[in-house]
Design a protein around this ligand. Sequence first.
Ligand code: AMP
Ligand code: GLY
Length: 433
Amino acid sequence: MNILLIGSGGREHALSQAIVASPLCARLLIAPGNPGTAEHGTNVALDISDHQAVAELCRREVVEFVVVGPEAPLVAGIVDDLEAEGIKVFGPTRAAAQLEGSKSFTKEFARDFDIPTAAFARFTDPAAAKAYVRDTGAPIVVKADGLAAGKGVVVAETVEEAEAAIDLMLGGGLGLAGAEIVVEECLFGEEASVFALCDGTRALPLGTAQDHKRAEDGDRGPNTGGMGAYSPATLITPELDEEIMARIIRPTLDGMRQRGTPFVGILYAGLMVTADGPKLIEYNVRFGDPEAQVLLPRLRTDIVAAMLAARDGVLEEIRGLSWSDFPAVTVVMATKGYPGPVERGSAIRGVDEAGQMENVTVFQAGTARDADGGLVAAGGRVLAVTALAPTFAEAQARAYEGIAAIDWPEGFCRSDIGRRAVEREASVKGDAT
Ligand code: AMP
Ligand code: GLY
């Protein structure tokens, strides 16, 4: 069948690689795509917020299945609009995508269905929010309700910092996304992400990952979209995985179905593993970026067959997913200055050489071709270099060998991606000897 993939980041490069590997895929189109996705299919310049234009493309190119990578089109209802035109789409409806699109929706949902999460209150009035913060004390977390491209969460160490965040968000500093806020209890523990493939009723575990959100080594510096990731998340033991499925993922599917808005797609739970067990920090309704760049290269099952079964509500036909035994590490290269403003157009060399190294894949995100066909930087996060190897230590070393093969003076990366997994692996080995 002909398949259309929506999106243009490193996640979509990883998705395009997994989709073309499926015997079910005759032709892959990517809208708008990037130079990396062009290696696996045909990029189509298109305004993806214009759902009618997407539907027309599907009719013109006889597209039978659409896969949506990023959250914004899902929250804007692209699944509803294309399905209404008779086009099969993998992803949640607008109503189900509220699990990512609205933090207050998710907090109230979690409360209604007994899903463990931080205590919270919702506000539109700054004075009331500040009174609550003064009563509760710091540390405390202030969140914009809507999608704010990673800028909507402030973990405030002091009451003053929390008050400043309240003023910024409710004062319009994040636009409509901050018209309402959630103030919540600060959780302590280690974070991990769990992914599930959902058909509205059933959930199949789709792997685990940990990402590195801060820009600098040692988890310092500003928050970013993610500077690297590894999979599996070794913090999540099989027992903990079952607890997360039983207390968080399955109750979410049951609750959404009971409400008449069943969840179909990728449910990505951001969790804090606390002394009291796993707690939900937030949901995303799609693959993570760069988490997809470590999850998908490990997947051995046909992703298209699995996504089609989920879309059709017959996930029981997929008898579990199979994975490479090798762990994966991905290191993001970003343009210097990220997550602040960056210069575009610097030349990147060595991507092909790095990609030819055994078990190394270079995923492209913010890249473009210049007039001569050379690869140039065109955004903040530009590349994600993924390596699979028998151990985390080897995967990490291999990913950094890939990075070393890339000649791009204007780029930077963290030098400690995967550190926790490598340390945990070393301590397990130490115990065994
Ligand atoms: P989010 O944008 O919702 O993923 O939040 C960004 C980051 O803020 C998370 O990855 C956590 O590190 C942190 N965070 C969010 N909520 C809490 C919380 N209740 N307690 C502690 N940290 C939090
Ligand atoms: N890496 C975090 C995200 O995709 O939201």
